[in-house]
Write a protein that binds this ligand. Structure first.
Ligand code: WT7
Length: 645
C-alpha cells in the first residue's frame, strides 16, 4: 500500500497546506479517492459554525472496517495488524495478522448481531488492553453500532452516567484487567453500575484474569461461548466473512465521553468518513509511516489517542500497531525499552507524563537496551517541558530520531498541530505547524484576532480554528445545543479549543495549557466542576473549590479547598474519606493530590468564587494575588495562605 498523499518535504508541506485552505473540497476530495467507498459522495464539504453543521463526504457510502481490514487482505493477510504485549513479560506475545483480525472481527460482528445489536445501537465497551478490545471496537463499526469505550479508571457511577446519557443497551467487558501489579475487577464495577439499570439488555464478558464474577441469567454471557457459536454459523457459509454494513460518511462511528468546564462529561461524536480520513492522513504524515514499520502508541484505547493511533489510524493504513496491556514502570522502568527492543519498534508515541516519570529513574533502565530500530518519537496529551523533550531526544532517540509534539483533542479526532517527522522542523516544547486543512487563529477575550507581537515576534492568545477539518466532532451526543455553546459560541464563527497558545514569527504554535476550568492530570482530562461535585457529595462537606497546580510528574495536580463541618475522625481520615468519595463518584484518576480544609472561600460580593486567587496560592504564589478588595471577606485569603499544603 502506498500513500500518495504522504508529504515528503518542507516545500511540499507548504504547497499542500496552501492548496488545502484555498480549495479544501478539491484537496480532501483527492485524498478521499485513496479509500474504499461503496458509493462516491455527493459533496465534499458543507458547513457553518453557527448551528454548527459540518458534513464531509455526505452521501458517500462506506464501512470503515473495509478500509481498516478487508482492503489489506490481498497483500497483507500475513502482516501483523496488532502485536500484543501482555502486562506480564513472561506471558506469550500475541500477533494478530490482518487475516486473523478479519476473522475475529467478523466473528465478533456476528456475535453482536446474535445478541440483538443493530445499526445505530450504542455499545459500551469497558475492557482492559487486550486484542479483544480492538475486535469489539471494529465489530461495532462493522455492523454500524456506535461504540463508546470507557477507560478502566472510571467508577461505576461514571459508567452509569454514561450508559444513561448514551442510552446504551449493550456492554462488552472483561472479568478483570491486569495493570502492573494490580488486577482490576472490571465486571464487578459494571455490576455496580448496573444496579437499578433498566436499559442494558446484554453484557458480554471476556475472560482475562479469571477472577470470580457474577453472571446474571438472561443478561450476562461469556465472550468465548458467543464467539465460538458465531464462528460455527459463519463457517456454515463457507468462507468466514460477515459482510460490513453500509454506512453514510456522516453516520456516527463512536461516542467518547470527555470532561469540560461543567460538572457533566459530554459525549463527543465522530463520524465514519471524516474521522477515517483524518486519522489516516495524520498517522501517515505526522509519523511518516512506511509500510513494514512497527508503530507503538502507549496510550489506552479508553482515550482518543488509543482510538486514533492504536486502532483506526494504523489499521486504515495497513500498519502494524503494538498494543501494550501494562504500564511503563512494571515490572521495572525499562519496560518500554524492552518492548522497543523485542518488537523492533520504529516509532514510539507516548505522553510527557510518562517521559517525566521514566526520567525520575535516571538512565540505568535504558542501559543495554537495543533501541536502534527507533526512527521517530512522538508525544501527546499535554505541553512537554524542554527538559523532558531533551531527555527523550538524547536518551531514547540518541539524537537521531525526530521528536513530534502533537497537539490535538478528543474533539479534533486526530492531530491538528504538529511537526511531521523529519519533514518539517521540530522546536522543543512547540507543537509547531498546523496540518494541511487546519487554520488556527489566536484571539483575545473579545474574539478579536491578535496582531500584537512581543519583542521576540511572539503573539499570545486563545487558540481557535477558523474552518472545519475532516476529523472535527459533529455533535455532542443527545444535545447538539451543548456542542454549540461549548465550542462554537464563545467566539462566534470559530471553533474554540479551550487552550491558550503562543505563535512565533515563523508561524509555529506553542500550546500553553487550558484557559478554561479543565485540568490535565497525567494527560487525563478532568473538569474542576466535576471534582467539586464529587467532593461535595461527601456528607461532611459544605463547599469546595478545586484548582490545578504544577506537578513534577503529572504535569498538573488536583488541589482542593474544602469547607468541612463533619465531626468524624482527624484531618487525615477526613481527607481519605473525601478521596474515596471522589473515587466512587468519578474514579481513582480524579482523586485530589492535596486537600486543604478552610473556613471560607474567597468570594466576590455576588458570591462568585475567585479561583484566580486560589490557583495562585496553590501554585505557591503568595504575593501579587491581584485586587482582593472586592472580596466579601478579604481575611479568608490570609487564612488560606497560612494553611497552604
Ligand atoms: C487537551 C486535550 C490529544 C489526545 C490526548 C488528550 C492538551 C494535548 C498537547 C500537546 C500541549 C496538549 C490540550 C488539549 N494537549 N496535546 N502536544 N501540547 N497540550 O486529549 O483529553 O481531549 O485533551 O490536552 O490542553 O486541549 P484530551
Amino acid at each position: 500500500m502506498s500513500y500518495p498523499y504522504q508529504i515528503k518535504s518542507l516545500e511540499q508541506y507548504h504547497a499542500d497546506y496552501k492548496r488545502s485552505v484555498e480549495d479544501p473540497e478539491a484537496f480532501w476530495g483527492n485524498v478521499a479517492e485513496n479509500f474504499t467507498w461503496r458509493r462516491k459522495w455527493d459533496k465534499v464539504l458543507d458547513w457553518n459554525f453557527t448551528e454548527p453543521k459540518i458534513e464531509w463526504f455526505k452521501g458517500g457510502k462506506l464501512n470503515i472496517t473495509e478500509n481498516c481490514i478487508d482492503r489489506h487482505l490481498p497483500e497483507k493477510a500475513n502482516t501483523p495488524a496488532f502485536i500484543w504485549e501482555p502486562n506480564n513479560p513472561e506471558e506469550r506475545v500475541r500477533v494478530v495478522t490482518y487475516a486473523r483480525l478479519h476473522k475475529r472481527v467478523c466473528q465478533a460482528a456476528q456475535m453482536l448481531v446474535n445478541n440483538g445489536v443493530k445499526k445505530g445501537d450504542r455499545v459500551c465497551i469497558y475492557m482492559g488492553m487486550v486484542p479483544e478490545l480492538a475486535y469489539a471496537v471494529l465489530a461495532c463499526a462493522r455492523i454500524g453500532a456506535i461504540h463508546s469505550v470507557i477507560f478502566g479508571g472510571f467508577s461505576a457511577q461514571s459508567i452509569a452516567d454514561r450508559l444513561y446519557d448514551a442510552q446504551a443497551e449493550f456492554i462488552i467487558t472483561c472479568d478483570g484487567a491486569y495493570r502492573g501489579g494490580k488486577d482490576i475487577p472490571l465486571k464487578s464495577v459494571i455490576d455496580d453500575a448496573l444496579v437499578g439499570n433498566r436499559t442494558i439488555k446484554r453484557v458480554i464478558v471476556y475472560t482475562r484474569t479469571r477472577t470470580p464474577v457474577s453472571m446474571i441469567k438472561g443478561r450476562d454471557v461469556w465472550w468465548e461461548d458467543e464467539m465460538e457459536f458465531a464462528l460455527d454459523q459463519l463457517e456454515k457459509n463457507g468462507e468466514v466473512n460477515f459482510p460490513a454494513v453500509e454506512m453514510d460518511a456522516e453516520d456516527p462511528l463512536f461516542i467518547l465521553y470527555t470532561s469540560g468546564s461543567t460538572g457533566k462529561p459530554k459525549g463527543v461524536v465522530h463520524s465514519c468518513g471524516g474521522y477515517m480520513l483524518w486519522t489516516n492522513y495524520t498517522f501517515v504524515n505526522v509519523f511518516q509511516y512506511k509500510p513494514g514499520n512497527i508503530h507503538f502508541c502507549t496510550a489506552d484505547i479508553g482515550w482518543i489517542t488509543g482510538h486514533s493511533y492504536i486502532v483506526y489510524g494504523p489499521t486504515s493504513a495497513g500498519a502494524s500497531s503494538v498494543m501494550f496491556e501494562g504500564i511503563p514502570t512494571w515490572p521495572d522502568a525499562g519496560r518500554f525499552w524492552d518492548i522497543v527492543e523485542r518488537h523492533k519498534v520504529n516509532c514510539i508515541y507516548t505522553a510527557p507524563t510518562a517521559i517525566r516519570s521514566l526520567m525520575s529513574y535516571g538512565t540505568d533502565p535504558l542501559k543495554g537496551k537495543d533501541l536502534s530500530s527507533l526512527q521517530v518519537l512522538g508525544t501527546v496529551g499535554e505541553p512537554i517541558n524542554e527538559e523532558a523533550w531533551h531527555w527523550y531526544d538524547e536518551n531514547v532517540g540518541k539524537g537521531k530520531c525526530p521528536v513530534v509534539d502533537t497537539w490535538w483533542q478528543t474533539e479534533t479526532g486526530a492531530c491538528l498541530i504538529s511537526n511531521m517527522a523529519g519533514v518539517t522542523p521540530a522546536k522543543p516544547s512547540w507543537a509547531t505547524l498546523p496540518m494541511p486543512g487546519v487554520q488556527p487563529v489566536l484571539v483575545d477575550e473579545r474574539g478579536e484576532e491578535i496582531t500584537e507581537r512581543d519583542e521576540h515576534g511572539v503573539m499570545k492568545g486563545n487558540l481557535c480554528i477558523k474552518a472545519p477539518w475532516p476529523g472535527i466532532l459533529r455533535t455532542t451526543w443527545g444535545d447538539h445545543e451543548r456542542c454549540r455553546t461549548n465550542y462554537f459560541a464563545t467566539y462566534p464563527g470559530l471553533y474554540f479549543t479551550g487552550d491558550g497558545a503562543l505563535k512565533d514569527a515563523d508561524g509555529n504554535y506553542r500550546i500553553t495549557g487550558r484557559v478554561d476550568d479543565v485540568l490535565n492530570i497525567s494527560g487525563h482530562r478532568i473538569g474542576t466542576a466535576e471534582v467539586e461535585n464529587a467532593i461535595n457529595m461527601h456528607s461532611g462537606v459544605v463547599e469546595s473549590a478545586v484548582v490545578g497546580y504544577p506537578h513534577d510528574i503529572k504535569g498538573q495536580g488536583i488541589y482542593a479547598y474544602v469547607i468541612y463541618n463533619g465531626h468524624h475522625g482527624d484531618e487525615n481520615l477526613r481527607r481519605l474519606d473525601i478521596s474515596l468519595t471522589v473515587s466512587k463518584i468519578i474514579g481513582p484518576i480524579a482523586k485530589p493530590d492535596k486537600i486543604q480544609f478552610v473556613s471560607g472561600l474567597p468570594k466576590t460580593r455576588s458570591g462568585k468564587i475567585m479561583r484566580r486567587i486560589l490557583r495562585k496560592i496553590a501554585e505557591g504564589e503568595m504575593e501579587n494575588l491581584g485586587d482582593t478588595t472586592t472580596l466579601l471577606d478579604p481575611e479568608v485569603v490570609n487564612e488560606i495562605k497560612h494553611g497552604k499544603l
